[in-house]
Design a protein around this ligand. Structure first.
Ligand SMILES: NC(=O)c1ccc[n+]([C@@H]2O[C@H](COP(=O)([O-])OP(=O)(O)OC[C@H]3O[C@@H](n4cnc5c(N)ncnc54)[C@H](O)[C@@H]3O)[C@@H](O)[C@H]2O)c1
Length: 402
């Protein structure tokens, strides 16, 4: 990765800017840009994206909204104490954390907030426009990494905060990424406005652990013609996400995405449920068990069990950086509408696209190639993926051309 002197800078406006994921994004971006750590987990830093003309990490400028008031350097200190960030990194990038902290504006609605929904949207959009203007940014991508909201309350309920922010992004002329299961741009009001906006958007709910495994294992069972009888899962996690998901309505929003992956890859919904338990002592560390009961030849019964032990924010942050860069570049090339080619990153992807991880990766590679200025000629050579990902056939593979 190298900063290009001639390239204008790109904003990343994080909704939930003081959360674990957001803090890890800002810290990690600064650390990798400074060469303090390799970009492990960042797909956009692999050789296949060299010619995609993505914004350099050192060209990203961070800001955002949050309803909390804990300074980012302090939040990074807590994450370091919890083992999420390696020792010394947050201190080494204090200047970048402080700069991002200065760009965080009060979110909403907070208890007792008397502003109407229209006033909140206007205020959020004004904050984003002001950020773009003051930093002379070429563009800014709005990324939702705020606490998961309860599942949709129906068409007559007030708009959820995630949708107010999605509408603010559109009003500010910004592409939008929803890394959470919250409704955001999926709400019919926002979806209608997005359709006429000429802006690209992507989502929803980052695929970082249990669902990532499901997107690999589901196709395996289907391709081997093995009949899955039941697929059950349990997650133990703490941190802010664990606390938010202790609310059954928020957990329902999360689990819908996990189940969609199975329905799409197996072609049927097997018996079994997903449970999420809040275990505050675990902090950002998650354990996810899957128990898969399946039939082999002549109906012979078998079991596969998997255990995933991951650090949630360390898994999510590189994906958020990938998504911000890819969506910014998609906007620059004139794409609009749902970016289905980014399904690789999501549990419940927008637009059309395959649901197995391998096919989603192929589609992502094609999309990456289509973003480059010299698209097509010899871009597969010596790039290290060891296969020909093909070429993009048209805008429908990615988003709509403006
Ligand atoms: N970490 C992962 O692997 C992963 C994967 C997929 C999705 N996600 C999603 O990412 C989101 C963030 O996760 P986290 O671990 O950083 O959670 P967190 O609790 O640490 O951070 C969430 C932040 O959102 C803020 N917030 C809440 N309501 C807000 C509002 N109305 N406006 C602005 N800010 C608001 C909170 O104050 C908090 O700072 C969650 O929705 C989670 O489900 C995470």
């Amino acid at each position: 990765m190298s900063a290009s002197l001639s390239r204008p800078r790109v904003g990343v406006w994080l909704i939930g800017a003081r959360g674990s994921v957001a803090t890890t994004v800002v810290t990690g971006c600064a650390a990798v840009a400074a060469g303090l750590h390799p970009p492990t987990g960042m797909v956009t830093e692999t050789p296949v994206f060299t010619r995609s003309d993505l914004p350099a990490l050192s060209d990203l400028v961070f800001g955002g909204h949050d309803t909390l008031d804990c300074p980012l350097p302090k939040r990074a200190e807590t994450l370091t104490a919890g083992g999420v960030l390696p020792p010394g990194v947050a201190t080494a990038v204090t200047a970048e954390l402080t700069a991002a902290d200065r760009e965080i504006r009060p979110g909403g609605p907070t208890p007792g907030d008397t502003r109407s929904q229209a006033e909140l949207i206007t205020a959020f959009a004004a904050d984003i426009r002001d950020f773009v203007h003051r930093h002379d940014l070429e563009r800014a991508v709005v990324v939702n990494v705020a606490s998961t909201e309860p599942a949709s309350q129906g068409p007559d309920a007030p708009l959820p905060a995630s949708t107010l922010y999605a509408l603010a992004a559109l009003r500010a002329g910004c592409p939008y990424v929803n890394f959470t299961p919250s409704e955001g741009m999926h709400h019919p009001v926002a979806a209608a406005e997005a359709a006429g906006s000429g802006l690209p958007h992507a989502g929803r709910d980052g695929k970082t652990g249990q669902t990532l495994l499901r997107a690999v294992l589901g196709p395996m069972f289907a391709q081997r013609a093995l009949r899955v009888r039941a697929w059950s899962g349990t997650n133990l996690l703490g941190g802010g996400d664990g606390a938010a998901l202790a609310d059954p309505a928020a957990a329902a929003a999360k689990n819908a995405g996990k189940e969609r992956v199975l329905a799409d890859t197996l072609g049927t919904v097997p018996e079994g449920e997903v449970h999420i338990d809040d275990v505050p002592a675990l902090g950002d560390w998650k354990t996810a068990w899957d128990h898969i009961a399946f039939d082999g030849f002549l109906g012979t019964r078998m079991i596969l069990q998997t255990i995933w032990q991951g650090c949630d924010s360390a898994l999510a942050a590189p994906l958020v950086l990938d998504l911000a860069r890819l969506t910014a570049r998609a906007h620059e090339t004139g794409l609009s509408g749902p970016l289905g080619a980014l399904g690789f990153y999501f549990k419940d992807p927008v637009g059309e696209g395959p649901s197995g991880l391998s096919e989603q990766y192929e589609e992502l590679i094609r999309f990456g190639r289509s973003l480059g200025q010299g698209e097509g000629e010899g871009q597969g050579e010596g790039e290290g993926v060891g296969r020909d990902a093909g070429s993009v056939s048209g805008p429908e593979a990615t988003g709509e051309a403006r």
